[in-house]
Write a protein that binds this ligand. Sequence first.
Ligand SMILES: Nc1ncnc2c1ncn2[C@@H]1O[C@H](COP(=O)(O)OP(=O)(O)OP(=O)(O)O)[C@@H](O)[C@H]1O
Ligand SMILES: [Mg+2]
Length: 115
Amino acid sequence: MKEMIIIIRPEKLEKVKQIFDEAGLGGISITSVMGCGTQRGLETEPEMQGIKASVNLLPKIRVEIVVEDDKVEEIITDLRDKVATGHVGDGKIFIRNVEDAVRIRTGERGNKALY
Ligand SMILES: Nc1ncnc2c1ncn2[C@@H]1O[C@H](COP(=O)(O)OP(=O)(O)OP(=O)(O)O)[C@@H](O)[C@H]1O
Ligand SMILES: [Mg+2]
């Protein structure tokens, strides 16, 4: 299993939920975060044009999903297709290994706990 941590623009959340739904994924966790990438949150990001910020952090949405290994590439492709605007600040995907999962209700483990 892999955990995908997907950082996106807040306005792209609906698109991500749609991808999640269509791919038949088992669960999703979402938090609202502040962050910056290589531009350090400066005015090159559209939402910051004309605003003088003393702190260079922008609102982003962090999505966490744990999926079976062979779903990862399909999700990356979908995200690139539906979430990219081509402008800086589109976000990033981090992928890490997940050792195990447990559905608390039933005790199911691994992939069986996901779906
Ligand atoms: N290395 C990182 N570690 C943790 N979070 C990151 C990292 N890079 C980006 N992020 C998060 O992703 C958000 C969006 O990053 P962003 O898309 O601006 O990355 P970038 O590398 O600057 O790419 P681009 O040049 O396309 O803007 C940041 O606001 C931050 O929350
Ligand atoms: Mg950036």
